[in-house]
Ligand binder design. Structure first.
Ligand SMILES: *[C@@H]1O[C@H](CO)[C@@H](O)[C@H](O)[C@H]1NC(C)=O
Ligand SMILES: *[C@@H]1O[C@H](CO)[C@@H](O)[C@H](O)[C@H]1NC(C)=O
Length: 117
């Protein structure tokens, strides 16, 4: 009987630990304020009242890059410098155009090679 009680108590304690997860993010977005004079590691946040749809939009990923170069390819990258709303999300995008027989240099670790399509 005592061992049953001990198991029940241990399971109760273990279930409390399972519920102890990370809290949700404090903010859904932290749009970069690139005009801020404050220098931090990354970009400081723009006042949420000043955020607009343009902070989450980039026009140009649908344009074909000029592949008339030595590699026969053209990479259009989009990061926080082009979409301020990507700040702190750890997301960047790339549009790669290849000419017939074109290629790119692979200068990244395998973990960095995740493209959103
Ligand atoms: C790319 O998308 C923009 C709208 O965001 C549009 O105005 C433009 O015509 C498109 N360009 C091409 C090449 O499809
Ligand atoms: C990629 O394409 C853009 C748009 O055509 C062009 O301005 C740029 O010079 C090209 N980059 C290379 C490396 O060819």
């Amino acid at each position: 009987m005592a061992s049953t009680m001990l198991i029940v108590v241990l399971l109760a304690i273990a279930s409390l630990l399972v519920l102890a997860s990370d809290p949700g993010s404090l903010q859904d977005f932290c749009v970069a304020d690139k005009a801020s004079p404050v220098l931090v590691n990354g970009f400081v946040y723009k006042n949420p009242m000043d955020v607009n749809a343009g902070d989450f939009f980039f026009s140009g990923l649908n344009k074909t890059g000029n592949t008339n170069n030595r590699l026969g390819s053209n990479v259009t990258t989009v990061d926080v410098n082009k979409i301020a709303g990507l700040n702190t999300l750890g997301i960047s995008l790339a549009h790669i155009d290849f000419a017939f027989t074109g290629s790119t240099h692979h200068t990244h670790t395998p973990e960095q090679r995740r493209y959103l399509r």
